[in-house]
Ligand binder design. Sequence first.
Ligand code: SF4
Length: 400
Amino acid sequence: MKSLRYLFRIGNGPSSSHTIAPLNAIRFIVNENPNAKKMEVILRGSLAFTGRGHFTDVAINSELDSHKIQNSISFDYDTETEFPNEMEVIVDGNKKYRVISLGGGALKINDKLLDDNTEVYPEKNFSEIKEYCLSHNISLPEYVYLREGNDIKECLKKVFETMMDTVNRGLEKGGVLPGKLHLERKAKIFFEKNDENESNQSRMTRLVTSYAYACGEENASGGVVVTAPTCGSCGVLPAVLRYYSDSNDLSLDSCIDALAVAGIIGNVVKHNGSISGAEAGCQAEIGTATAMSAAAMSFLRGLNINGIESASEMAIEHSLGLTCDPVLGYVQIPCIERNAVAALEAIQISYISDFVMNSHLVSLDDIINTALMTGKDLKSNYRETSSGGLATITKFNAGE
Ligand code: SF4
């Protein structure tokens, strides 16, 4: 498995696969062709079906404009693709690049992975990691620092600070999100809606919801977010960390340790299953984000490695089959609200884990594999093509 640096990426929303990755591909190609005059970009698969709603064309156009490169962007809905998100770039009419967006911001260009390919973790799945931790008597954060080196703490610190910045920005803003849905921003409204008779339960629900919405709304408007594991699911982990660290006055070091735990769970899913909505539906994005958050919360609450495993396993088990059908292709409905629901679920799951952690029969590795198989069984309508489920609600498509 590769470094957590390639799981937690900092970039502009609304989508790791549809904005961050295509933009990085264009930057790479421009860098290789500094004298290019013209680029033709053809979006295929899910990049074609939901590229407009995810502002893929806007992001590419503005990047090429900034280099004064003439460009044309087209949406090819007909060509069968080998991978869910593909893009072809033709430079000055002859030099061709085949770009594959793998999910979570990862990229292949002409079959070469753009990230550093170094295998940082020799363990291949969670059961191997657990065995190593138990036999060496170390915690999951200690395992991450051992494998990655202590430098990773600096990277996780930046990740945590960026997540909190995103929450803070989102809590301050009002108005309407970009796109045809004209959705009102709600994070600030929820955050400020306290009343003196509010119960603890209601306060917790309101605050967690407002933090998750803050990230989701920043993401939907193209703001800076951290992929956790993707842009669409970027609000779950920050919401849980913000709520739990504020209410327990946790140190920055504890939050960094919790991010290491969340990161290793996300990494195991990324390398053995899927974190791409276009490949395996929303269970791959929100399901993984819920698992990462339930694991982080369980670690902060002092659960052992079995408790962390059972919490993350439950999160994926109960997201199985979750579809990706964003209305009009915008990362707004169901995505923003779904981040809030998932954050609350992650917190509850951590408490359930107290009771079941020593008796759960399904391992994290088993459920990751099951989620991948389930995702592949989902019809393409439910894998980020905006052609099934919620995306077919008529009033939206009629532009009402
Ligand atoms: S429905 Fe889920 S997977 Fe699809 S874009 Fe929204 S958050 Fe991502």
